[in-house]
Every structure is written in C-alpha cells, then in structure tokens.
Write a protein that binds this ligand. Sequence first.
Ligand code: HEC
Length: 230
Amino acid sequence: MKHILTIALLLTASITMVSCFDKGQPNYQYMPNMYQPVGYETYGEYEVFPNKQEAMLPAEGSIPRGWQPYDYPNTTEGLELAKVESKNPLPVTQENLDNGKYLYDIYCGVCHGEKGDGQGILAKNEKILGVPSYADPGRVITEGGTYHVQMFGLNSMGSYASQTNEKERWQITMHVMNLKNTLEGKPLLEVETPMKDVAEAIAVMIDETSEEGHGEEGEEGDDQENEEQH
Ligand code: HEC
C-alpha cells in the first residue's frame, strides 16, 4: 500500500514536470552567461540596430583590407594612359614568373594561346574572334595596358578583376611580357636574384676562401698523411 502511494506520487510529480516543458524554449539555464553570448551574434536580431539586423553594410567609403585603388578609368583614354604610365611594381623573380605562367595558362591561354600568339583553343575553334597576338605591332602591348585589360576587359575579353588579385594580375602581366619578348625574338626579362640567395652565395664564398687558407697552413698535408695511413 505504501509502495503504491510512493509510485503514484513520483509518477504525478514527473508528469507535472514534463507536461509544462516546451521544446521550443530553452530549458532552465543556471548560468545564462555560459549559454548566451555577450557580443552580438552574426545576423542576429537586436533592437539597437536599424531593422533589428546585426548584419549591415560597411560604412560608406570603407575599403577592404589589401585593396588598392586603381586610378585609370575604364575608357579608351584610360587604356592609352595606362599603357604609357602604369608599370609593374613587382620585382622580376622566378617565383613571380612561375606563378604568372601558372595563372596565365588557367585564365588567358584558352584564347591567347600558351605562346601568346592569339592561337588558343577557343580562337582556333572560332568561338572567339579577333584575339590578337601579343606581338601585334598595331597594338603596342605594354605591361600597364596588360594590367588594365585584366581589370576592365576589352570588348569580347572579360574582366579578371574578380578572379585574380592585384599581385596575381601583375604576375600574369610579367609572363605576358615574356611571351611578347619571345614572339618578337627579344631577350627575356632579367630575373633578379633575391637577397637571400645573394647572402647564401657570399657565405659559400667566404667558406671556400677560409678553407683554402687553412689548406695552405697544412690541412691538406694532414689529409695526405691520413690517406697514407689508410
Ligand atoms: C575569351 C577570350 C579571352 C580571354 C580568356 C582573354 N582574352 Fe585578352 N583579348 C581577347 C580579345 C578578343 C582581345 C581583343 C579585344 C579587342 O581589341 O577588341 C584581347 C586583348 C588582349 C590584350 C591586348 C590589349 C590591347 O592593348 O590592345 C591583352 C594584353 C590581353 N588581351 C591580355 C589578356 C590576359 C592577360 C588574359 C588573362 C587574364 C586574357 N587576355 C584573357 C580575348 C581574351
């Protein structure tokens, strides 16, 4: 009898507790700070913001990190000016050239061809017409102009400003200049030796001279003696 009473009591208690539980609401929180972030959550709804939206447009005039302004306008005059004035800011290193070729083969080769002669697969199949050779004397293709057309495109050529970043566009430009040099039978861009390599080369030279110095003092002699002993 006593047992039945206890069981009935427990049952009623648990049913009462469970019946009021709303799955849509969070359960009782003992230390709410552990559950609820103090800062605003991305895309959260808060009274303090316009339309209660945490996600807002950046303040007017803000620029993304690493973004550089490009001052030449998307006009024929802009292209002509960029051709004359704009210069590649990157040093000619093997790394820049290699990455330039890598990106060029991905983005430009289909039309301009691996050699830059305007004989890419799309040009050959006549999917795109009027793809020039970089050596086309009528165009006077320069590094500034090559960067400019990557920024804005030119007629049936699209812009590459969203696929590549500034550095990548200049690397591609560097490769284009070498393709042009090859087509025109001119020497390739001179590759600068990074300071790291220069320092290493000097270190080796110093090492060699100091070894020679020792050799004269008798190290060689020691070696010979050792050899004789063996
Ligand atoms: C869809 C085919 C296509 C692709 C891909 C393409 N181009 Fe072009 N490109 C053209 C055509 C067509 C022209 C000629 C446009 C004109 O003068 O009307 C051109 C012109 C050029 C010129 C000459 C601009 C001048 O001064 O007259 C350069 C330099 C150039 N492209 C570089 C590139 C580079 C670098 C890439 C890769 C990032 C690239 N192109 C990708 C089709 C393409």
